[in-house]
Design a protein around this ligand. Structure first.
Ligand code: MIG
Length: 682
């Protein structure tokens, strides 16, 4: 049983009881529940791989007993009646995710920079410090795209203000960072300082528009949060969401690229329940709906999503041709339409790194394809090895943001000396080389809902019966299998099960030999023909095993310092020959909505055996966008010839033969066929 967002514990929810009630879960542990978000969606998967989705659309408190009291029963308690329950038929897990995201929405294509490396800390406290971090990333040649401003950039912690003492020329800072290839992301919490008659516009305009929530006795609710006594927007009203979205106008004019909506469970310091008291009321006012009043309990779990919705819709109005970027902490089913998310205040421990993997995989299958865990762990001081491992794993997860709590050790990649920095840089570079692959996955996700990272059995159902400890193994797309040690800190050898078919070592390009893997139930997995391989691996800190499925066309790009830099050189197409061989190229300008008007470039590439050689077929490129590369370099893995010939649409072409034959082509917009054959020796 999968899903329920990022609740802790193992990937399989069976045997657990879970509560949906959005909660500021500072210092959560593996068994802490509830956490920040509520995604009341589960997928049951039978041993033969048949999947059925169960979506309980109710934003009030709910309890899910997943075979805990009765192993054969899924019991949901709490939602209001009549119940909005959706059953989503498979047959496959991927079908269920596609249908669930058709119902609740898919994450739109993010700006390309969102897929780069993000550097954050609570807090970079002055413009000078932010500039120093930016310069250091560049000087250390660590590719990076985004810098984050946590709450201390604000005046007295009031949302939509800037502490001009520490940030004297905010617009200048944003501008200079942009020149260096950095997007700046600023936090804007939802609690508005209750500061009448002080010229604090969010309060004044909010009161004027009657945008804050009331208690049952008719008084405006005031709760204590970062700015002191605060009032809270009525995000359940369309007019309030509009007012909120307009608050971003100044930051947008300054060039701030994205926004962070934290504390929106909502979190309140001086409330015994840590959130709104039960007598807070919400006005529900939506065009086309009857106007009514709801108790807080009725809408609690959707409040944070409506906050992020107000932000995203505001940005879309303020910058109509740009893709909004919002990260939210609390959210609900469907919130993926508005914001990316992260797993909140994790800790700098090996177990938290391990835990983050099933959390992010279940989030992905719950519709949230864009999510990350704070790299390095938010609370605490990671050992050099832990921070290095976290960066390695984070490089293969969708949102790749290093973040750290106030008072905790510094967690920027360079803090543990040159040896660790070199390893970390290598993995961040690996992320950047693979950006064309990530971006193509983002395109597919926006159209079909497939999460960018997913369990191995998402694409290879036989893995359900594999005899290896797969708790930390995961896929990036269907082509890459990442296999961190299951006990991340242990030097003990471990077994990785590779699904049926051949696999290549991503780092060396070598075909992987392993033992044929005995599945637990050869009948269920189709017998011997479907058997994969089991590999025994020895962990080493500087290595993270990554495998490529034989039958993959994997695009990679030359190294850049950020996605703002146009790569120089050719696009590499690493062709790992094998059955059902395919890959996807997707490109566009990386930031605008032009792709919705046809300004994209999408091209499918396949490969197939041809005589004693191989044929690589480019379908004609679709769309009106011209990509940055003029040439494509095709690199063949798994086929070698001491001497080989190549033709492009029948015309001879220069080929570099050997173990990994290489051929250069002009960008094949019209499509075409590359054929590589061994040279006949006389
Ligand atoms: O009460 O903004 O989870 O990422 O650094 C803490 C300060 C508020 C909690 C977030 C964390 C962020 C911190 N915030």
């Amino acid at each position: 049983v999968l899903g329920l967002g990022d609740k802790g514990g193992p990937l399989d929810r069976r045997g657990g009881t879970f509560v949906d009630w959005n909660t500021d879960a500072y210092h959560y542990q593996e068994s802490t529940d509830p956490l920040y978000k509520s995604i009341p969606f589960l997928i049951t998967l039978s041993a033969d791989g048949y999947a059925v989705g169960v979506f309980v659309d109710d934003p009030g408190r709910a309890t899910f007993d997943v075979g805990h009291r009765d192993p054969d029963a899924l019991t949901v308690e709490g939602p209001s009646e009549p119940l909005d329950l959706y059953l989503i038929d498979g047959p496959t897990l991927a079908d269920v995710v596609t249908r669930y995201t058709a119902l609740t929405g898919r994450a739109p294509l993010p700006p390309r920079w969102a897929l780069g490396y993000h550097q954050s800390r609570y807090s970079y406290a002055s413009a000078a410090e932010v500039r120093a971090i930016a310069r250091r990333l560049r000087a250390a040649r660590i590719p990076a795209d985004a810098l984050w401003l946590d709450i201390d950039y604000q005046d007295r912690l009031r949302p939509f203000t800037v502490n001009t003492g520490a940030f004297p020329d905010f617009a200048g800072l944003v501008h200079d960072l942009k020149d260096m290839g950095f997007a700046l992301i600023a936090i804007t919490d939802l609690h508005v300082a209750a500061a009448p008659d002080q010229g604090y516009a969010p309060y004044d305009s909010g009161v004027a528009g009657d945008h804050f929530v009331y208690r049952a006795d008719g008084s405006r609710y005031v709760g204590e949060v970062w700015p002191g006594p605060s009032v809270f927007p009525e995000f359940t009203r369309a007019s309030t969401r509009r007012w909120w979205g307009d608050l971003y106008a100044d930051f947008v004019r300054d060039g701030v690229a994205g926004f962070w909506n934290d504390m929106n469970e909502p979190a309140v310091f001086d409330s015994p329940t840590k959130t709104f008291p039960a007598d807070v009321r919400h006005r529900i006012e939506e065009p086309g709906e009857p106007v009514r009043t709801a108790t807080h309990a009725e809408v609690h779990n959707v409040y944070g999503m409506q906050n992020s919705r107000a932000t995203a819709e505001g940005l879309a109005r303020l910058r109509p041709d740009e893709r909004p970027f919002v990260m939210t902490r609390a959210t609900y089913a469907g919130g993926q339409r508005y914001a990316v998310t992260w797993t909140g205040d994790d800790s700098s421990t090996w177990n938290h790194l391990k835990l983050s993997i099933p959390m992010l995989l279940n989030l992905g299958m719950s519709g949230f394809a864009y999510a990350g865990a704070d790299v390095g762990g938010f609370i605490g001081d990671p050992s050099p090895a832990l921070l290095t491992r976290w960066i390695e794993v984070g490089a293969f997860l969708p949102i790749f943001r290093d973040h750290a709590a106030k008072g905790s050790a510094r967690k920027e990649p360079w803090v543990d000396g040159p040896r660790q920095t070199a390893i970390r840089r290598r993995f961040i570079e690996a992320r950047y080389r693979l950006l064309p692959y990530w971006y193509a996955l983002a395109d597919v996700q926006s159209r079909l809902g497939h999460p960018l990272v997913r369990p191995v059995f998402y694409d290879y159902p036989d893995a359900l019966a594999a005899p290896c400890d797969a708790s930390t193994a995961f896929l990036v797309g269907s082509a890459l299998l990442v296999a961190p040690p299951p006990d991340l800190e242990s030097p003990g050898r471990y077994r990785v099960c590779l699904p049926a078919g051949d696999w290549y070592d991503y780092w060396s390009g070598a075909r992987v030999a392993g033992d044929a893997q005995a599945t637990r139930d050869p009948e269920a997995s189709g017998g011997g023909a479907a058997r994969g391989r089991a590999l025994e691996l020895t962990p080493a800190l500087e290595r993270l095993p990554v495998f490529v499925r034989a039958g993959t066309v994997l695009p990679r790009q030359p190294l850049v310092e950020s996605t703002a830099q146009v790569p120089t050189g050719a696009l590499d197409l690493e062709v790992y020959v094998g059955p059902d061989c395919r890959g996807l190229l997707y490109d566009d300008d990386g930031h605008s909505l032009g792709y919705q008007r046809g300004e994209y470039r999408r091209q499918r590439v396949t490969c197939a055996p041809a005589g004693r050689g191989w044929r690589v077929t480019f379908e004609p490129a679709d769309g009106a966008y011209t990509s940055w590369y003029r040439r494509v370099r095709v690199i063949l893995h798994g086929w070698s010839a001491r001497s080989a010939t190549a033709t492009w649409n029948g015309t001879p072409l220069r080929i570099v033969s050997g173990d990994t034959p290489q051929v250069g082509l002009a960008r094949p917009d019209a499509g075409g066929t590359l054929e590589v054959q061994p040279r006949m020796l006389h």
